[in-house]
Ligand binder design. Sequence first.
Ligand SMILES: Cc1cc2nc3c(=O)[nH]c(=O)nc-3n(C[C@H](O)[C@H](O)[C@H](O)COP(=O)(O)O)c2cc1C
Ligand code: SF4
Length: 394
Amino acid sequence: MNTLPTFNSMTPEAGLKKALTLSRPDIIEEVRSSGLKGRGGAGFPTGMKWNFAAAAKGEEKFIICNADEGEPGTFKDRLILQEHADLVFEGMTIAGKAVGAKEGILFLRGEYTYLKPQLEAVLAKRREQKLLGKGILGSDLEFDIRIFMGAGAYICGEETALIEALEGFRGEPRNRPPFPVNTGFLGRPSVVNNVETLASAACILQKGSAWWTSKGTEKSTGIKIFSISGDCQRPGVYEFPMGITIAQLLKEVGGEGAKAVQVGGASGQCIPASQFSRAIAFEDIPTGGSIIVFGQHRDMLDVLHNFMDFFVDESCGQCTPCRRGNVKLLEGIELLKEGKCSMAYLKELCSLGETMQIASKCGLGQSSPSAFLSVVQNFREEIMGRTSKTLSHV
Ligand SMILES: Cc1cc2nc3c(=O)[nH]c(=O)nc-3n(C[C@H](O)[C@H](O)[C@H](O)COP(=O)(O)O)c2cc1C
Ligand code: SF4
């Protein structure tokens, strides 16, 4: 199966060659008018991000490719790096020209250390071919890329924690503002983009923004790469147009008859079968690309237990709503499993989850209660049936 048909169909370096003929504002305009939104999860418009960094004052700027890929159920960036590293590096080089950066850094997930030799070889070849370094393809563009290894912490995928780690500090999120586009790595303007975003930007430069907007929906343009796992016959990495419904996607992967689908990894939403006609798009259910299929036999409390265990481990502990909130939610799930959680306490846990969503400092704590809240809302009967009618531990 051709898993990534769009990336496979690209002519090597055609996007970069096109970018070398354009001015910096024209490159940014091409990306802006494509409507490309970040593929790392938050969906920030890429053209706007590049424009902010281009406009930021500073001689030295950086392009950082976020290949930390730690969200449970996500493995598409690994395949993109394995099969299309050149396209990713091409996208970084184009971003470098657009923004005025001479240095790119690939922040590679610690667990992907085995990919490093292969990626270093691609970089070395690009230098030989004058696709990196000084005078790229005979132009006056200077840009090079180095690889920095992560050390296995999920929080380092959050862009400001990633920058802290790059600077040699403990990976903890910074207060925002200031944003990395103004004050990023070493205090310099920095663009942080997902692996897939940068590869997609290279495609857009090659084929044009109208080609990209001809796919997907009006508000969610283009194609998206998905990591699909769980109770389906054909798990794997897939390319689909944005706006595909969950039902269509399940048919493609042999997951019909599923009980629920977790869209967006552990920090995403759990969608029940009654809502499978909904679209995977920024205007309906957004995702960085992780899709986990749950069959009819799955106990939703087991699912939640697994996710909350992860968040308790991965919270950096900097702010109280997340540090304590995840522990309290995990304890609540354990009480539910033991039949010892009252309805009143379940309500309190939901209210705690909502507080975490607004009071946590970064996206980890803001999104870690999402699965819990969506399971309680969408599987009311299953969860209510597990509450204690007589006992209240509070
Ligand atoms: C806890 C946490 C983990 C994240 N992990 C990743 C990651 O592994 N890869 C990624 O691209 N973005 C990740 N993000 C999102 C980044 O902070 C950032 O929004 C993204 O890299 C921007 O790139 P984009 O605009 O191309 O999506 C994470 C965010 C949070 C809060
Ligand atoms: S929300 Fe969680 S991960 Fe983010 S800063 Fe607070 S404690 Fe750390």
